[in-house]
Design a binder for this molecule. Sequence first.
Ligand code: HEM
Length: 281
Amino acid sequence: MTSSDKQQPAQWHGARMDFSSAMSYGDYLGLDQILSAQHPLSPNHNEMLFIIQHQTSELWMKLMLHEMQAVRTQIRAGELQPAFKMLARVARIMDQLVHAWDVLATMTPPEYTAIRPYLGASSGFQSYQYRELEFILGNKNRHMLAVHEKNPDVHAALERELLAPSVYDEAVMLLARSGFAIARERLEGDWTQPTQADESVKAAWLEVYREPEKHWALYELAEKLVDMETSFRFWRFRHVTTVERIIGFKTGTGGTAGVSYLRKMLDVVLFPELFALRTAL
Ligand code: HEM
Protein backbone atom coordinates (compact mmCIF):
# COMPACT_ATOMS: atom_id res chain seq x y z
CA MET A 1 0.00 0.00 0.00
CA THR A 2 1.43 3.40 -0.94
CA SER A 3 1.24 6.31 1.45
CA SER A 4 -1.32 8.07 -0.82
CA ASP A 5 -3.62 4.95 -0.62
CA LYS A 6 -3.60 5.28 3.16
CA GLN A 7 -4.63 8.90 3.04
CA GLN A 8 -7.43 8.54 0.47
CA PRO A 9 -10.79 7.19 1.64
CA ALA A 10 -11.59 3.84 -0.05
CA GLN A 11 -13.15 4.35 -3.47
CA TRP A 12 -15.40 2.07 -5.48
CA HIS A 13 -17.13 3.32 -8.64
CA GLY A 14 -17.78 6.65 -7.05
CA ALA A 15 -19.85 5.14 -4.23
CA ARG A 16 -19.87 6.95 -0.94
CA MET A 17 -17.84 4.97 1.57
CA ASP A 18 -17.71 7.21 4.62
CA PHE A 19 -20.83 7.13 6.78
CA SER A 20 -19.31 8.43 9.97
CA SER A 21 -21.65 11.44 9.79
CA ALA A 22 -24.30 10.40 7.24
CA MET A 23 -27.29 8.09 7.33
CA SER A 24 -26.55 4.71 5.78
CA TYR A 25 -28.83 2.03 4.35
CA GLY A 26 -28.81 0.08 7.62
CA ASP A 27 -29.50 3.22 9.68
CA TYR A 28 -32.47 4.15 7.50
CA LEU A 29 -33.99 0.67 7.63
CA GLY A 30 -33.30 0.00 11.30
CA LEU A 31 -31.53 -3.17 10.25
CA ASP A 32 -29.72 -3.52 13.56
CA GLN A 33 -33.08 -3.96 15.28
CA ILE A 34 -34.64 -6.15 12.60
CA LEU A 35 -31.65 -8.44 12.16
CA SER A 36 -31.09 -8.88 15.86
CA ALA A 37 -34.67 -10.02 16.47
CA GLN A 38 -34.15 -13.71 15.61
CA HIS A 39 -33.70 -15.75 18.77
CA PRO A 40 -33.99 -19.49 18.16
CA LEU A 41 -34.83 -21.32 21.37
CA SER A 42 -33.95 -24.82 20.21
CA PRO A 43 -30.57 -26.13 19.09
CA ASN A 44 -32.21 -27.08 15.76
CA HIS A 45 -30.87 -25.57 12.52
CA ASN A 46 -34.34 -25.19 10.97
CA GLU A 47 -35.77 -22.92 13.60
CA MET A 48 -34.29 -19.90 11.82
CA LEU A 49 -36.49 -20.62 8.80
CA PHE A 50 -39.53 -20.92 11.06
CA ILE A 51 -38.79 -17.58 12.74
CA ILE A 52 -37.96 -15.64 9.58
CA GLN A 53 -41.00 -16.98 7.73
CA HIS A 54 -43.24 -15.66 10.50
CA GLN A 55 -41.40 -12.37 10.88
CA THR A 56 -41.46 -11.59 7.16
CA SER A 57 -45.17 -12.46 7.04
CA GLU A 58 -45.74 -10.03 9.91
CA LEU A 59 -43.86 -7.29 8.05
CA TRP A 60 -46.02 -7.80 4.98
CA MET A 61 -49.12 -7.79 7.21
CA LYS A 62 -47.97 -4.45 8.56
CA LEU A 63 -47.88 -3.08 5.03
CA MET A 64 -51.27 -4.61 4.17
CA LEU A 65 -52.81 -2.95 7.23
CA HIS A 66 -51.21 0.35 6.29
CA GLU A 67 -52.68 0.07 2.80
CA MET A 68 -56.11 -1.11 3.91
CA GLN A 69 -56.51 1.69 6.44
CA ALA A 70 -55.80 4.14 3.64
CA VAL A 71 -58.18 2.29 1.30
CA ARG A 72 -60.96 2.73 3.85
CA THR A 73 -60.26 6.44 4.14
CA GLN A 74 -60.20 6.87 0.36
CA ILE A 75 -63.46 4.98 -0.17
CA ARG A 76 -65.07 7.12 2.53
CA ALA A 77 -63.84 10.21 0.69
CA GLY A 78 -65.07 8.85 -2.64
CA GLU A 79 -61.49 8.81 -3.98
CA LEU A 80 -61.59 5.49 -5.72
CA GLN A 81 -58.57 5.72 -8.03
CA PRO A 82 -55.99 5.76 -5.23
CA ALA A 83 -57.99 3.04 -3.43
CA PHE A 84 -57.75 0.80 -6.53
CA LYS A 85 -54.02 1.21 -6.61
CA MET A 86 -53.70 0.18 -2.97
CA LEU A 87 -56.14 -2.72 -3.25
CA ALA A 88 -54.13 -4.07 -6.19
CA ARG A 89 -51.00 -3.80 -4.07
CA VAL A 90 -52.57 -5.72 -1.18
CA ALA A 91 -53.69 -8.49 -3.55
CA ARG A 92 -50.14 -8.81 -4.90
CA ILE A 93 -48.72 -8.93 -1.35
CA MET A 94 -51.16 -11.74 -0.58
CA ASP A 95 -50.08 -13.57 -3.74
CA GLN A 96 -46.51 -13.28 -2.63
CA LEU A 97 -47.37 -14.67 0.80
CA VAL A 98 -49.14 -17.55 -0.94
CA HIS A 99 -45.87 -18.43 -2.69
CA ALA A 100 -43.91 -17.97 0.51
CA TRP A 101 -45.50 -21.20 1.79
CA ASP A 102 -43.23 -23.05 -0.69
CA VAL A 103 -40.25 -22.02 1.41
CA LEU A 104 -41.81 -23.21 4.66
CA ALA A 105 -42.88 -26.46 3.02
CA THR A 106 -39.18 -27.40 2.82
CA MET A 107 -39.50 -28.00 6.58
CA THR A 108 -40.16 -31.71 7.16
CA PRO A 109 -42.18 -33.23 10.03
CA PRO A 110 -39.06 -34.35 11.97
CA GLU A 111 -37.56 -30.87 11.57
CA TYR A 112 -40.69 -29.25 12.97
CA THR A 113 -41.04 -31.86 15.73
CA ALA A 114 -37.59 -30.89 16.96
CA ILE A 115 -38.74 -27.28 17.40
CA ARG A 116 -42.29 -27.75 18.60
CA PRO A 117 -41.51 -28.33 22.32
CA TYR A 118 -39.76 -24.95 22.38
CA LEU A 119 -42.77 -23.04 20.99
CA GLY A 120 -44.89 -23.44 24.13
CA ALA A 121 -48.42 -22.16 23.52
CA SER A 122 -47.34 -19.55 20.97
CA SER A 123 -49.13 -19.73 17.62
CA GLY A 124 -50.06 -17.58 14.64
CA PHE A 125 -53.51 -17.65 16.21
CA GLN A 126 -52.20 -14.89 18.50
CA SER A 127 -51.00 -12.72 15.59
CA TYR A 128 -52.61 -9.38 16.38
CA GLN A 129 -51.83 -7.94 13.00
CA TYR A 130 -53.55 -10.88 11.33
CA ARG A 131 -56.58 -10.37 13.56
CA GLU A 132 -56.64 -6.68 12.75
CA LEU A 133 -56.48 -7.51 9.05
CA GLU A 134 -59.42 -9.89 9.41
CA PHE A 135 -61.33 -7.18 11.29
CA ILE A 136 -60.65 -4.45 8.73
CA LEU A 137 -61.86 -6.86 6.05
CA GLY A 138 -65.06 -7.45 8.05
CA ASN A 139 -64.39 -10.83 9.68
CA LYS A 140 -65.07 -9.47 13.17
CA ASN A 141 -64.93 -11.63 16.28
CA ARG A 142 -64.88 -10.05 19.73
CA HIS A 143 -63.66 -13.32 21.33
CA MET A 144 -60.31 -12.85 19.62
CA LEU A 145 -59.48 -9.87 21.84
CA ALA A 146 -59.06 -11.96 24.99
CA VAL A 147 -55.68 -13.32 23.88
CA HIS A 148 -54.29 -9.78 23.91
CA GLU A 149 -55.38 -8.68 27.34
CA LYS A 150 -51.82 -8.73 28.62
CA ASN A 151 -50.89 -6.11 26.01
CA PRO A 152 -53.16 -3.07 26.53
CA ASP A 153 -51.97 -1.16 23.43
CA VAL A 154 -52.62 -4.08 21.14
CA HIS A 155 -55.93 -4.80 22.84
CA ALA A 156 -57.02 -1.18 22.39
CA ALA A 157 -56.00 -1.13 18.72
CA LEU A 158 -57.94 -4.32 18.05
CA GLU A 159 -60.96 -3.00 19.90
CA ARG A 160 -60.84 0.20 17.83
CA GLU A 161 -60.82 -1.89 14.69
CA LEU A 162 -63.63 -4.10 15.99
CA LEU A 163 -65.81 -1.01 16.52
CA ALA A 164 -64.99 0.63 13.18
CA PRO A 165 -66.77 -0.01 9.88
CA SER A 166 -64.76 -2.40 7.72
CA VAL A 167 -63.48 -1.57 4.26
CA TYR A 168 -66.44 -3.49 2.88
CA ASP A 169 -68.88 -1.59 5.12
CA GLU A 170 -67.45 1.58 3.58
CA ALA A 171 -68.02 0.16 0.10
CA VAL A 172 -71.65 -0.57 1.03
CA MET A 173 -72.06 2.98 2.36
CA LEU A 174 -70.64 4.24 -0.92
CA LEU A 175 -73.28 2.21 -2.78
CA ALA A 176 -75.92 4.02 -0.72
CA ARG A 177 -74.34 7.42 -1.40
CA SER A 178 -74.28 6.55 -5.10
CA GLY A 179 -78.07 6.24 -5.06
CA PHE A 180 -78.62 2.51 -4.52
CA ALA A 181 -81.36 1.53 -2.07
CA ILE A 182 -79.52 -0.10 0.82
CA ALA A 183 -81.46 -1.35 3.84
CA ARG A 184 -81.26 1.04 6.79
CA GLU A 185 -80.26 -1.78 9.18
CA ARG A 186 -77.25 -2.55 6.99
CA LEU A 187 -76.10 1.07 7.06
CA GLU A 188 -76.66 1.56 10.77
CA GLY A 189 -75.64 -1.95 11.77
CA ASP A 190 -73.51 -3.11 14.63
CA TRP A 191 -69.99 -2.87 13.20
CA THR A 192 -68.68 -5.36 15.76
CA GLN A 193 -70.46 -8.19 13.94
CA PRO A 194 -68.98 -10.15 11.02
CA THR A 195 -70.35 -9.15 7.61
CA GLN A 196 -73.72 -10.76 6.94
CA ALA A 197 -75.13 -11.13 3.44
CA ASP A 198 -77.82 -8.55 2.81
CA GLU A 199 -80.39 -8.70 0.00
CA SER A 200 -80.38 -4.96 -0.68
CA VAL A 201 -76.60 -4.96 -1.03
CA LYS A 202 -76.74 -7.94 -3.35
CA ALA A 203 -79.39 -6.21 -5.48
CA ALA A 204 -77.22 -3.09 -5.69
CA TRP A 205 -74.10 -4.98 -6.78
CA LEU A 206 -76.22 -6.91 -9.29
CA GLU A 207 -77.29 -3.65 -10.87
CA VAL A 208 -73.65 -2.56 -11.02
CA TYR A 209 -72.63 -5.81 -12.73
CA ARG A 210 -75.57 -5.71 -15.14
CA GLU A 211 -74.52 -2.28 -16.38
CA PRO A 212 -70.78 -1.99 -15.77
CA GLU A 213 -70.33 0.93 -18.20
CA LYS A 214 -72.83 2.97 -16.21
CA HIS A 215 -71.26 2.20 -12.82
CA TRP A 216 -67.66 1.64 -13.85
CA ALA A 217 -65.95 2.88 -10.67
CA LEU A 218 -68.13 0.72 -8.40
CA TYR A 219 -67.69 -2.21 -10.77
CA GLU A 220 -63.93 -1.80 -10.61
CA LEU A 221 -64.04 -1.48 -6.82
CA ALA A 222 -66.04 -4.72 -6.59
CA GLU A 223 -63.62 -6.60 -8.84
CA LYS A 224 -60.61 -5.31 -6.90
CA LEU A 225 -62.21 -6.56 -3.67
CA VAL A 226 -62.96 -9.95 -5.23
CA ASP A 227 -59.38 -10.13 -6.48
CA MET A 228 -58.06 -9.48 -3.01
CA GLU A 229 -60.40 -11.92 -1.29
CA THR A 230 -59.46 -14.60 -3.83
CA SER A 231 -55.78 -14.15 -2.99
CA PHE A 232 -56.58 -14.26 0.73
CA ARG A 233 -58.45 -17.55 0.20
CA PHE A 234 -55.38 -19.01 -1.50
CA TRP A 235 -53.29 -17.94 1.50
CA ARG A 236 -55.66 -19.69 3.91
CA PHE A 237 -55.63 -22.79 1.71
CA ARG A 238 -51.83 -22.92 1.46
CA HIS A 239 -51.59 -22.45 5.23
CA VAL A 240 -53.82 -25.42 5.99
CA THR A 241 -52.22 -27.67 3.36
CA THR A 242 -48.71 -26.78 4.53
CA VAL A 243 -49.74 -27.34 8.15
CA GLU A 244 -51.23 -30.76 7.27
CA ARG A 245 -48.04 -31.67 5.43
CA ILE A 246 -45.93 -30.78 8.46
CA ILE A 247 -47.98 -31.73 11.53
CA GLY A 248 -50.73 -33.94 10.10
CA PHE A 249 -53.77 -33.88 12.38
CA LYS A 250 -52.01 -33.03 15.62
CA THR A 251 -53.47 -30.22 17.72
CA GLY A 252 -52.06 -26.71 17.26
CA THR A 253 -49.67 -25.06 19.71
CA GLY A 254 -52.40 -22.42 20.13
CA GLY A 255 -54.80 -25.05 21.48
CA THR A 256 -57.18 -25.63 18.56
CA ALA A 257 -57.76 -28.98 16.87
CA GLY A 258 -55.27 -27.81 14.20
CA VAL A 259 -56.04 -28.69 10.59
CA SER A 260 -59.78 -29.14 11.18
CA TYR A 261 -59.93 -25.62 12.71
CA LEU A 262 -58.01 -24.15 9.79
CA ARG A 263 -60.29 -25.97 7.32
CA LYS A 264 -63.32 -24.33 8.94
CA MET A 265 -61.68 -20.97 8.31
CA LEU A 266 -61.71 -21.76 4.58
CA ASP A 267 -65.49 -21.21 4.72
CA VAL A 268 -65.10 -17.56 5.74
CA VAL A 269 -66.53 -15.27 3.04
CA LEU A 270 -65.44 -11.67 3.44
CA PHE A 271 -67.58 -10.02 0.77
CA PRO A 272 -70.61 -12.36 0.53
CA GLU A 273 -72.77 -10.47 -1.96
CA LEU A 274 -69.90 -10.03 -4.41
CA PHE A 275 -69.63 -13.79 -4.69
CA ALA A 276 -73.38 -14.53 -4.47
CA LEU A 277 -74.23 -12.20 -7.34
CA ARG A 278 -72.22 -14.33 -9.75
CA THR A 279 -74.83 -17.09 -9.59
CA ALA A 280 -77.57 -14.56 -10.21
CA LEU A 281 -76.01 -12.94 -13.28
C1 HEM B 1 -44.78 -25.13 10.53
C2 HEM B 1 -45.49 -24.03 10.32
C3 HEM B 1 -46.87 -23.79 10.83
C4 HEM B 1 -47.71 -24.62 11.51
C5 HEM B 1 -47.50 -26.07 11.92
C6 HEM B 1 -48.90 -23.84 11.81
C7 HEM B 1 -49.99 -24.32 12.47
C8 HEM B 1 -51.10 -23.59 12.81
C9 HEM B 1 -52.24 -24.09 13.53
C10 HEM B 1 -52.42 -25.55 13.96
C11 HEM B 1 -53.10 -23.07 13.71
C12 HEM B 1 -54.43 -23.12 14.45
C13 HEM B 1 -54.27 -22.46 15.80
C14 HEM B 1 -53.51 -23.32 16.78
O1 HEM B 1 -54.12 -24.16 17.44
O2 HEM B 1 -52.28 -23.14 16.90
C15 HEM B 1 -52.50 -21.91 13.11
C16 HEM B 1 -53.09 -20.66 13.07
C17 HEM B 1 -52.54 -19.57 12.46
N1 HEM B 1 -51.31 -19.51 11.84
FE1 HEM B 1 -50.09 -21.04 11.48
N2 HEM B 1 -48.77 -22.59 11.28
C18 HEM B 1 -47.53 -22.51 10.69
C19 HEM B 1 -47.00 -21.41 10.07
C20 HEM B 1 -47.58 -20.18 10.01
C21 HEM B 1 -46.98 -19.00 9.39
C22 HEM B 1 -45.64 -18.95 8.67
C23 HEM B 1 -47.84 -17.99 9.57
C24 HEM B 1 -47.61 -16.60 9.11
C25 HEM B 1 -47.76 -15.57 9.87
C26 HEM B 1 -48.98 -18.49 10.31
C27 HEM B 1 -50.06 -17.75 10.70
C28 HEM B 1 -51.15 -18.25 11.37
C29 HEM B 1 -52.32 -17.46 11.67
C30 HEM B 1 -52.53 -16.02 11.33
C31 HEM B 1 -53.19 -18.30 12.34
C32 HEM B 1 -54.60 -17.94 12.83
C33 HEM B 1 -55.59 -18.38 11.75
C34 HEM B 1 -57.04 -18.14 12.12
O3 HEM B 1 -57.38 -18.03 13.31
O4 HEM B 1 -57.86 -18.08 11.18
N3 HEM B 1 -48.78 -19.81 10.53
N4 HEM B 1 -51.30 -22.26 12.55
